[in-house]
Design a protein around this ligand. Structure first.
Ligand code: CP
Length: 324
């Protein structure tokens, strides 16, 4: 049987099969160790040129991709909307075609418009990786979330995962729903009705209106940021009221029938969707998620560049070559 491949681009988890998602997670495993070395570099993408095109703010995704690229020995360039010719009115495809004229191989893009990554991928021959497009998908975030859950609980199939908070504006929620359902988890969402997309049940998720019910049901909570910058007035009465009704607090978790694993994709609004005592507590894997983000992105870059899944172990070498 031939191993599955990812194809040209990674635009979301909706179009991927369970086998392709497992391929990425399994390929990330051997890459974890590279970041623990004194010299964090392997030659797997030597000679490849990657452009990180970020049209929206990012700390974790942009830096994590840059680390992943550099640790695979790729040459990288970062382009932000501010300071580029986008500010002078250049459109997305012209920007990308000009970058391609300089002979690039891959583009990692974050963009405020849903569908922007697909739009670009259909128009340029370089591999395109979606680093978050509007409210559509953020595939590498969901992959690193799943890798973290699998690390801690040794499986995804059969687990009960609740995604809590601002589901309406969340690309992280959508990618997690697709990925978790494909890998056999039970998925629910919890949040105020005003922040719940209409018809979300049709994706195959259960909807909880009360955070207490979600906590009683779940093995894992993935707590989402309230995306205040995407909201016009009227979604919630106030952030204080939101915390009172939907906040993931220590008092609420202490009433849970089992220990819950707590995830948050970041950036966090402490005291809005999550209590600091929970974010920094023993069941939080929030920083573990960030660590896993580098390995997941190394795996995605490696596979899209044509790397063979079974050879990831060999591709990362022993570390001795880098020391020599
Ligand atoms: N989780 C996430 O996408 O964070 P950034 O916006 O900082 O990249």
């Amino acid at each position: 049987m031939t191993a599955p491949s990812l194809g040209k681009d990674l635009l979301g988890l909706e179009p991927l099969t369970a086998e392709q998602i497992r391929l990425i997670l399994d390929t990330a495993e051997p890459f974890k160790e590279v970041s623990e070395r004194a010299i964090k570099k392997v030659p797997a993408l030597r000679g490849k040129t990657i452009v990180n095109l970020f049209f929206e703010a990012s700390t974790r995704t942009r830096i994590s991709f840059e680390f992943a690229e550099k640790r695979l020995s790729a040459d990288t360039v970062n382009v932000a909307a501010s300071g580029s010719s986008v500010q002078k009115g250049e459109n997305l495809v012209d920007t990308a075609r000009n970058l391609e004229a300089m002979r690039i191989d891959m583009v990692v893009m974050r963009h405020p418009s849903s569908g922007a990554a697909k739009f670009l991928a259909e128009r340029i021959p370089s591999n395109v990786i979606n680093g978050g497009d509007g409210t559509h998908e953020h595939p590498t975030q969901a992959l690193l979330d799943m890798l973290t859950v699998r690390d801690r609980l040794n499986r995804i199939e059969g687990l009960k995962v609740c995604i809590c908070g601002d589901i309406l504006h969340s690309r992280v929620a959508r990618s997690n729903i697709w990925g978790l359902l494909k890998l056999g988890a039970e998925v629910s969402v919890c949040g105020p009705q005003s922040l719940m997309p209409r018809g979300i049940e049709q994706l195959g998720v259960t909807v909880f209106r009360r955070i207490e019910e979600a906590i009683e049901w779940a093995d894992v909570l993935n707590v989402l940021r309230l995306q205040l910058e995407r909201m016009q007035a009227g979604y919630i009465p106030s952030v204080r009221e939101y915390y009172r009704v939907f906040g993931v607090t220590l008092e609420r978790l202490e009433k849970a029938p089992r220990d819950l694993l707590i995830l948050h994709p970041g950036p966090m609004n402490r005291g809005v969707e999550i209590d600091s005592r929970v974010a920094d507590g023993p069941h939080s894997v929030i920083l573990h998620q960030v660590t896993n983000g580098v390995a997941v992105r190394m795996a995605v870059l490696y596979l899209l560049a044509g790397g063979q899944p079974g050879l990831a172990e060999a591709a990362k070498g022993s570390g001795r070559e880098a020391d020599e």
